[in-house]
Design a protein around this ligand. Sequence first.
Ligand code: CP3
Length: 365
Amino acid sequence: MTTANPARTSVPPAPDTRTPGPRRSLPDSAFLAATRGERPAHLPVWFMRQAGRSLPEYRALRAGTGMLESCMTPELTCEITVQPVRRHGVDAAILFSDIVVPLYAAGIGVDIVAGTGPVVAEPVRTAADVERLPVLLPEQVAPVMDAIGLLLGELGDTPLIGFAGAPFTLASYLVEGGPSKNHERTKALMRTAPDVWHALMAKLAGITTTFLELQVAAGVDAIQLFDSWAGALSERDYRTHVLPHSAAVLGRLAGAGVPRIHFGVGTGELLPAMADAGADVIGVDWRTPLDVAARRVGGGLPVQGNLDPAVLFADTASIEVEVRRIAAEGARAPGHVFNLGHGVLPDTDADAITRTIELVHAQPV
Ligand code: CP3
């Protein structure tokens, strides 16, 4: 159920970037089978942030190149995306990028500062600030689409997941000016100036939709919408201030022919609302057991998750206990893609990741 909201109709029409062309079919993909609610021969697994600082080969390749520059250099993006597939044998690749890439590409002053995260030069807080925000033009993200083209050649039968940040998580960075613990300016804006808030969210929904449609047209096999910070909201506030805009994005992708994964952190109370926004697979953080999550969304959706990333720092026997528990809980949902409950932490031992992937693959299905 969505709350009636004028914002639903105020999303500016995104340029039509959809192409109905044939998609590659990967009939043997365990990952894609699980997203359809099937039980493939083995439990499929990939890890959020699998491409990145936990890998020495990533650190070597990135040395001297900025994060955003790396995301806009097709050969580098392709190689970094393939690294975890090669090393760990995961069942899907996730495009190496960042949620702020489409904002940066559209000309919004944002940088990624190591150890801090996205930092915005001029925070967006007024009607005039929102008015000035650009739309995303396809040519501005051409290097990302070129990287996807390279990846389809490199990955063989391994599916490629495209992604984007959801409007709320992007709005939080733009309004706060950077990472925020309490999201206080963002929450103040949605209450104090709901018109400005909804105009901002509608613009971000437009950018996100364009970016995802372009990725689908370029050939990604699945998409994930990251609403990482949605868990900072009550369900009531999520439904009123956020859901219509995420639903607008996911609704536009509904007919695209790729599974849509919807993920956030700390969203135990929000799972039904996030499912209402239109997901094919619900991403679950480590706080909510997968069988509980499956029940909360009505029992009809495949789940993705949800090993606590900190567990990868424990001994192998302890990791195995958790992998078994999560596989058993996931078996009670209509489909299960094994993942972490949030991204790989930077100091994680790469060998511990490989061993964990092996443990997942050894689980009975
Ligand atoms: O999952 C993957 O392997 C693909 C790559 C990916 C990155 N960011 C690369 C990255 C993905 C999917 C993201 C998404 C992202 N970025 C999210 C949503 C997922 C989540 O973690 O909740 C968010 C909130 C961001 C914003 C962001 N970008 C943060 C908080 C940080 C960390 C800041 C830091 O340095 O500690 C980044 C930077 C970032 N994004 C890095 C990587 C590999 C680190 C930059 C580096 O290696 O120098």
